[in-house]
Design a protein around this ligand. Structure first.
Ligand code: TTP
Ligand code: MG
Ligand code: MG
Length: 357
């Protein structure tokens, strides 16, 4: 049995801004580009979230929901610096640290657990240390599997500590919204809801055939996850979960032709590397950074896994067109593919029969 922690900063960018500028503390703070420049919210303080403000929301919407919000531009170097520091603290606890992004990581503490120091105490100690040394709060989930630990860390934000005892995984997941499950994005969740699947428990009760028809070769894995089973290790070298390429323009541009041309070039690069690795994926992601450094992604799931540069460029181009506005200029664009569909050796199920899940 493993002991896993998932740690994630609370309102990361916004909290760093509040730390660096005491006047912002206790106030609804949003980090991101200006509403006039069609900026997007990167991070919202918990004071702002009370009004319904969320990440990736247009800044204009955020100000409509919360007119008193205080907007701050991003300071990436600072966030990177804080991220390095927190990762160093994690590594002080265990060498088995798997970062997922700047503000979160899995920690395998199996070898650190003793009778006097159960995983819950390790997690509490970690939270205390981060608060004392960095002045910021993290939320931590403790469980025997990565997927349950990750869902648990999100349960009691901010400053949360949620422990799922061994054997309680299924009961814990049962009442939770199906969208909380790894691999179930908003669109899939919507479709599942239409079929009467509201909770992870509802999903866990479906038959294997039912799952296969919707999730294809990924169905067995999805079912295990819904049951709270997940054998994946906290790994230092991550398996390829996505393939991407990005470019920063020499000069920021808002020209649709230039941007689409770049998307098509990046799609070719990504397609080449997909081909080399013999991978095809169903989620196409477009990454955009505006002139003010606000960064956001848009993604879509395509019915059939893509590998060719044309399919990729089409999907990414659609995503790009939706984000082009005359008053917007971009400094970076990136294209990526994830959601790899590993073919089962004995699978004779025609791909075309799969629904768009
Ligand atoms: P998250 O951990 O997803 O969000 P958060 O830390 O702001 O809030 P929470 O308390 O719910 O964890 O992301 C970490 C940082 O990554 C976030 O502070 C800003 C950045 N980010 C973006 O730039 N764009 C996005 O769409 C998201 C989701 C995050
Ligand atoms: Mg966070
Ligand atoms: Mg995070």
């Amino acid at each position: 049995m493993r002991n896993i922690l998932h740690a994630d900063f609370d309102a990361f960018f916004a909290s760093v801004e509040q730390l660096d500028n005491p006047e912002l503390r206790g106030k609804p703070v949003v980090v991101g580009g200006s509403p006039e420049g069609r900026g997007v919210v990167a991070s919202a303080s918990y004071e702002a979230r009370k009004f319904g403000v969320r990440s990736a929301m247009p800044m204009r919407t955020a100000f409509r929901l919360c007119p008193d919000a205080i907007r701050v531009g991003s300071h990436f170097d600072r966030y990177r610096d804080v991220s390095r520091k927190v990762m160093a603290i994690f590594h002080d606890i265990t060498p088995l640290v798997e970062p997922l992004s700047l503000d979160e990581a899995y920690l395998d503490v199996t070898h650190q657990v003793t009778l006097e120091m159960p995983s819950e105490s390790i997690a509490a100690g970690l939270k205390k240390r981060v608060k004392a040394e960095l002045g910021l709060t993290i939320s931590v989930g403790v469980a025997c599997t990565k997927s349950v630990a990750k869902i648990a860390s999100d349960m009691d934000k901010p400053d949360g500590l949620t422990v799922i005892a061994p054997g309680q995984e299924r009961a814990f997941l049962k009442p939770l919204a199906v969208a909380k499950l790894w691999g179930v994005g908003p669109k899939t969740a919507e479709r599942l809801n239409k079929e009467g699947i509201e909770t992870i428990g509802d999903l866990a009760e479906r038959t294997e055939l039912w799952m296969r028809q919707r999730f294809g070769s990924n169905s067995a894995h999805m079912r295990e996850l819904a049951l709270g089973k997940d054998n994946s290790e906290v790994s230092l070298e991550r398996e390829t979960k996505s393939v991407s390429a990005e470019t920063t323009f020499a000069r920021d541009t808002g020209e649709p032709e230039a941007l689409l041309e770049m998307v098509s070039r990046l799609s070719q690069q990504v397609a080449h590397s997909l081909e080399r690795k013999d991978l095809r994926g169903r989620t196409v992601k477009l990454k955009l950074r505006l002139s003010d450094f606000t960064t956001f992604t848009r993604q879509k799931t395509v019915p059939l896994p893509v590998q060719s540069s044309d399919d990729l460029a089409n999907a990414a181009g659609d995503l790009l067109r939706a984000e082009l506005h005359s008053d917007r200029t971009f400094r970076l664009v990136g294209v990526g593919v994830s959601g790899f569909d590993f073919e089962e050796p004995n699978s004779d199920e025609p791909r075309q029969l799969r629904l768009d899940f």
